[in-house]
Design a protein around this ligand. Sequence first.
Ligand code: HEC
Length: 188
Amino acid sequence: MMKTIFKITTSVLLLSWASGFRSFPKPSPAWGIASDTIFNLGRPATPADINRWDIDVRPDGKGLPKGSGMARKGKTIFAQKCAACHGVTGVEGPNDKLVSTDSSQVKAIGNYWPYATTVFDYIRRAMPFNQPGTLTDEEVYSLTAFLLEANQVIKPGTELNAQTLPAVRMPALKKYILDDRTGGPIIR
Ligand code: HEC
């Protein structure tokens, strides 16, 4: 019985797919044409659309935007937009611990992140968890400064910007080694 139902369902699905497909304009021999011409869906992304997504900041700092920030301002923003999930000082939770200055093995920015620039990248693209993408670049610089200062990675009062942030050396960088294995029998 199940088998029959499955067969019927499958044929119905296939039929509707096939009939739907036939109603699309025939793909021209030039398969290179944009898919929206075939399916009449969406529109080409504009440069403004692409810019909104193209926000990656690399370990060497490439992609960092203009602007700057300091921990003092970051502390206020953190209290308003982050503390509910990470605790007032970044250790109390309930979510990830962000600050670690002791020898505990709980991963946090100070003892685990190899680059300071990617802290900026992560906060800008992913936080606050419930409202990603809402922070201004200045706010992200300030929050990064607050967290790096709390982790005792930068000196109090350090201004972070596109020049100073890539120059910050993270204590955990030395814990990472370049994986230059070539694979195959050499590593077995
Ligand atoms: C609604 C809760 C919530 C809020 C608000 C929030 N976060 Fe988070 N945050 C999380 C969760 C959950 C994770 C873990 C996400 C994951 O692992 O995918 C996280 C992870 C992080 C991490 C990475 C931790 C690590 O070492 O892996 C950073 C940095 C961070 N948050 C910073 C912030 C900052 C800065 C703010 C304020 C602008 C903020 N968060 C606001 C819930 C929150």
